[in-house]
Write a protein that binds this ligand. Sequence first.
Ligand code: ACO
Length: 426
Amino acid sequence: MSKNTITIINNRDGKTYEFNILDATVGPSVVDISSFYKETGMFTYDEGYTSTASCQSKITYIDGDAGQLMYRGYDISFMAKEKSFLDTAYLLIYGELPSQDELTDFKLEMQKRSFVHEGIKKLFDSFPDGAHPMAILSAGVSALATFYFKHLEITTAAEYQEMANRIVAKIPTLAAFSYRYSNGLPIIYPDLNKGFTENFLNMLRAYPHEYVELKDVEIKALDTIFTLHADHEQNASTTAVRNLASTMAHPYAAISAGIGALWGRSHGGANESVIRQLEMIGSVDRVDEFIGKAKDKDDPFRLMGFGHRVYKNFDPRATILKEIRNELMEELGISSELVEVANKIEQIALSDEYFVSRGLYPNIDFYSGLILQALKIPKEMFAVVFVIGRTPGWIAQWSELRQQKSIKIARPRQLYVGSSERTPNT
Ligand code: ACO
């Protein structure tokens, strides 16, 4: 029996089976069960994939107990504090941090490619007022396949590079257009003199012939939000992107599927729910009542922005955003009842036995919602902002899978619990 194997005994018939253990660079090893069905005649069962590694990846590492997150080996705190979102996007997509020259070229490339085909406007024009920007954005990304069909089949490194740059550069424009069309507002074209993040905020907030002054602290806050959302290993939307990649679907279809998955309120929709919940609570004197509801097992109410599937001690992204939120509120001079409600909830939850014993700490969404609101970004755009941040991660994950030597289509099995064969009535 080798030390690098695990032995499983089937107590029904006494048969033993050995499976290889594969070691990670850091973090938990995995048991290779790819031959499990062939050898045992059984499937493994893990609803929600709580114990399942679905792929091998070199992109992002999370240690949920230590509250650690790394992109390509660089700690998230270094990336958020010392580097920009474009450094992060470059790192995720190309595997290394850019040199000064590479970063300059990448910025120019982003500016040059930020315009979208004018035909997109006709498509967006057909959506009714009030349509959710996530729905418009998802349609817009799918439609890129009709305008830039050269990337439907990608084989060379240069094609991967062009596709990645094109999508990262165009997403903020599509995102801002989604909001403007959904509200019947005139669109603002990309400004070649502005950086990536400033350009997006400008396309969202400006009006024709009106100068909008964006403060550095606002641009930095949003840029950090993008960086903190850029990748998070095999979360639900990334898994959707990888599943599509495994069918050999093109990147536009895969990213559009990622957007769909991210929209759910248990995932990218959570920060919008945080603000809605704070508004519903409304005043500091009602906080205790809602903390009570969150702790009541007979009440389905949950405190939005608390808890995480992976981080059980703290969410390192939340720690960084808390600092950014405080700095932003101070510089912009914002103090509102909503912020006070949030502060009181945070204070109670960090000391209350119910939350502490279950590892329910404020997650990234608890702080990002308040920051986005301070940046005058409407609630329905919160998940869209998440999409802009996550796009480089999705592309890096799509490319990593597609450049593997052999690709297995994602095709899980099931524990069938329906009826056995029935005799039809004749
Ligand atoms: N409020 C109150 N109780 C909670 C909360 C909460 N927000 N989250 C979990 N719990 C309780 C559960 O009732 C359960 O209690 P029990 O052990 O007495 O039955 C225990 O904590 C464990 O909860 P699970 O649902 O098993 O934890 P899981 O890891 O599956 O869920 C999740 C994680 C979905 C994030 C959950 O904590 C939640 O719903 N949080 C609120 C929504 C949210 O903020 N989502 C954003 C996640 S971050 C992101 O996607 C970027």
